[in-house]
Design a protein around this ligand. Structure first.
Ligand code: ADP
Ligand code: ZN
Ligand code: ZN
Length: 738
């Protein structure tokens, strides 16, 4: 056959290997058909292996030596063809973060796509109310005592259908579901998911609130900018009505048959949030978070791709969901550190979201009570539309922060006397108290009272945290565990004692001291079990507990209307940190935690215990508020050319031997580059972690192009570095902690 059209073609493929390049393969004409190869998965030979790659581009010629090129082995069915804009986004992200492109694809795509078996088409498994069941039977059941089951039944009744991941995220168990099914109140259904088309009945008008003037201005500004890029920063305290703004802005987009992506912090997707979306829009909502299994994640992915999902709500990596009809992106709590991935591909979910909105010419909304300094600066220089919500919706007022000086008074288990009295009077009034301490476990260290030996993790050179309830010492840096020693290994003394407090200890102390009240602890340890967080939050809302103890998990997105006293025990560490962002994070945490108090028209009080009440940072924050504090800090950063006025990248290196990372980075720092400052190499804040010695090098430039040019020069030079094979090294663009 001499069909001239059927000649070989060459493709550029992203392959999951740690190299910053694409690989060229030949596609024999037998494998060609009328479907475009771009965005398709292909199986290719790589070394002695076969790997799955993604086709980035197609050419009918190549500058490479053709007879040396290998041919692809096969194509994988194209139901999972990546849309072109997503390909472009991932390619841009790889370039911006200087990360191996194959790994970018690997991390952005669901695990199931790494298998050669074509994944099954998703079907939607959902639960629905059984219309044919006897009304009297239901009525009796609802008067019964199975409280959670009754709640769940109501929920399923109110919605036409709910999927298992939704039900789980809303805080219910499989057992509760099964029990309702056995009673035949509900039934499971399975059907292929369908392309989503908006219908007016999808909107629950009755739940819609009348917007305040401030809210209305924002919603109309967002509405007006559909089909063009614009970034809106909604700066408003907790409870000021940001979520309502999101919901009403989404309405127009959905009505236009477009999809909405909502990004939330790692533990921000509470049942309360999901409930709000579920109540307002009766549309297919798909979730994407770490609580889902691979299959569930893949279902979300494929439903998004096939335009069956109207809304995708998810954490960081949901930003890579394939949404062919994306019309609006919302990033809630945009300041939250969990949007930045802290290993290998160190992208920032919010920043990628902005990039994506620009690329697609759609609006994006960033919301926060404590905007990141970067976003504030962009708002102040009119790169973003800046909207403030200055009042809390409803009658409630913002809580006032006051300081208790604990430098010269005895503390009992970390609590001062005046604080204890306040807790007491608050509880006596029948209100709830929240005690915040950002340190889980019983105590941050144990030591020997005779010789001052401290139990250190040898892999990290940091003290072990005592987890008394588990009877273990756990290293919070590398998770290694050890039994609690009975005797000091150095002097043999048995006087080994905990030092300092963690949430477990505060819980024990408060439970004893206020024994007539019920105490609940919320931290990563106490909520490890699936559904446990939701359960505990519900119990708080139901006023089963009066004393809440927790870490920053409590500071995220939860509303506790009956908490009228918030006490923060130990925040002083941040006041003297060498990391210039520590004070920003401290201020955000403080304001976020404070925001939990004083809802529902009961005035709230926020107490901060500190050894340094006169510290200018604290004084500024307490007296002048977060925005003033932020502007002050921005002025200081400007003088030092620190971000957002300068641009940074961090080269991190680690190895099993202490000298290698430093030597590697020292040689790297010799790269001839122009117009960038290099600081270091210096030891990382955690100089040793999990047995590895860690160093870093900071690169700082006055413009992004300068920074990226220098990085490219250094990456090229790194190939000749004589320590290259002795270290593991990575690049962190726009690092958020040093
Ligand atoms: P945020 O997201 O800023 O914390 P929300 O949107 O959750 O604020 O609003 C806080 C509370 O105020 C919610 O209970 C919400 O129902 C209520 N609310 C918000 N906007 C309005 C409004 N325009 N009118 C009445 N209540 C409102
Ligand atoms: Zn000792
Ligand atoms: Zn360790």
């Amino acid at each position: 056959m001499t069909n001239i059209l059927l000649q070989d073609i060459y493709i550029q493929v992203a392959i999951p290997v740690p190299m910053r390049q694409l690989f060229t393969y030949l596609v024999p004409n037998a494998l060609l058909n009328d479907k475009s190869l771009v965005g398709e998965r292909v199986i290719v030979p790589f070394g002695h292996r076969q790997v799955i790659g993604i086709v980035i581009s197609v050419d009918d010629d190549t500058p490479l030596e053709k007879d040396k090129l290998k041919a692809i082995i096969s194509r994988i069915d194209s139901d999972t063809h990546l849309p072109a804009p997503l390909l472009k986004l991932l390619t841009l992200a790889a370039r911006y973060y200087h990360h191996p492109i194959g790994d970018v694809f690997q991390q952005a795509l669901p695990v199931l796509l790494r298998k050669t078996e074509p994944p099954k088409k998703p079907v939607c498994h959902y639960w629905q109310f059984n219309e044919s069941c006897e009304p009297t039977k239901i009525k009796t059941f609802k008067q019964g005592r199975a409280k959670k089951q009754i709640q769940l039944l109501r929920l399923i009744e109110n919605h036409h259908k709910l999927t298992w991941p939704e039900i789980r995220t809303l805080g219910y168990t499989k057992a509760q579901l099964k029990s309702l099914e056995e009673k035949q109140f509900i039934s499971a259904l399975e059907k292929p998911i369908e392309v989503y088309h908006w219908q007016t009945k999808y909107l629950n008008e009755s739940d819609k609130l009348n917007l305040s003037a401030e809210q209305a201005v924002i919603v109309s500004a967002i509405d007006q900018s559909t089909e063009q890029y614009s970034c809106h920063l909604v700066d408003g305290v907790t409870g000021s009505g940001k979520t309502e703004v999101y919901l009403q802005a989404m309405e127009k987009v959905l009505a236009n048959n477009q999809q909405v992506l909502v990004l939330v912090p790692e533990i921000g997707l509470t049942p309360q949030t999901l409930n709000r979306f579920e109540q307002r829009f009766n549309v297919p909502i798909f979730l994407h978070h770490s609580g889902l299994n691979d299959k569930e994640r893949f279902d979300t992915w494929q439903s998004a791709l096939q335009n069956c999902a109207a809304i995708v709500i998810g954490t960081r990596s949901a930003v890579f969901s394939p949404l062919p009809k994306l019309g609006l992106i919302i990033v809630d709590e945009e300041h939250d550190g969990s949007f930045k991935q802290q290993d290998s591909f160190r992208y920032h979910g919010r920043d990628i979201a902005i990039l994506r909105a620009k690329q697609l010419n759609i609006p994006i909304v960033l919301g926060s009570a404590t905007p990141s300094f970067e976003s504030l600066q962009n708002a102040l220089t009119n790169k973003y539309h800046y909207h403030q919500l200055t009042k809390r919706a409803g009658k409630s007022v913002e809580a006032k922060i006051s300081l208790i000086d604990v430098a010269n008074q005895p503390l009992e288990f970390g609590l001062s006397k005046p604080l204890k009295q306040l807790i007491n009077t608050t509880l006596n009034r029948g209100e709830q108290v929240l005690v915040f301490l950002n340190r889980r476990g019983f105590a941050p260290a144990i030591n020997c009272n005779e010789c001052h030996w401290v139990a250190d993790c040898h892999r990290c050179n940091k003290p072990y945290t005592l987890h008394r309830s588990q009877g273990l010492l756990i290293c919070h840096h590398c998770t290694s565990q050890k039994r609690i020693p009975q005797q000091c290994p150095d002097c043999g003394s048995v006087r080994i004692k905990p030092v300092g407090q963690g949430t477990e200890q505060i819980e024990e102390y408060l439970t004893e001291t206020f024994s007539q009240y019920s105490t609940v602890r919320i931290d990563r340890d106490s909520t490890r079990k699936k559904g446990e967080l939701a359960k505990r939050l519900q119990a708080i809302t139901d006023k089963e507990h009066q004393i809440l103890i927790g870490t920053q998990m409590l500071a995220k997105g939860h509303h506790f209307p009956d908490v009228t006293l918030v006490a923060m025990l130990d925040i002083d560490g941040a006041l003297f940190s060498f990391d210039y962002r520590a004070s920003e994070h401290m201020a955000q945490l403080l304001v976020q935690v404070a925001g939990r108090a004083g809802r529902a028209s009961k005035p709230g009080k926020v107490i901060v215990q500190t050894q340094y009440p006169q510290h200018p940072l604290l004084q500024d924050l307490v007296n002048n508020g977060y925005r003033h504090f932020a502007q002050q800090s921005l002025t200081e950063r400007k003088m030092a050319y620190l971000p957002p006025f300068g641009y940074q990248a961090l080269f991190r290196a680690e190895a099993n031997y202490p000298s290698y990372p430093e030597k590697f980075l020292r040689q790297l720092a010799q790269t001839p580059i122009s117009s960038c400052e290099i600081a270091g190499p210096m030891p990382a804040a955690m100089e040793k972690k999990a047995g590895k010695y860690r160093f870093h090098l900071i690169l700082q430039a006055k413009s992004r192009p300068e920074l990226h040019t220098a990085i490219r020069q250094m990456i090229a030079q790194s190939q000749q570095n004589e320590w290259l094979n002795k270290v593991r090294w990575t690049i962190d663009i726009d690092p958020i902690d040093l």
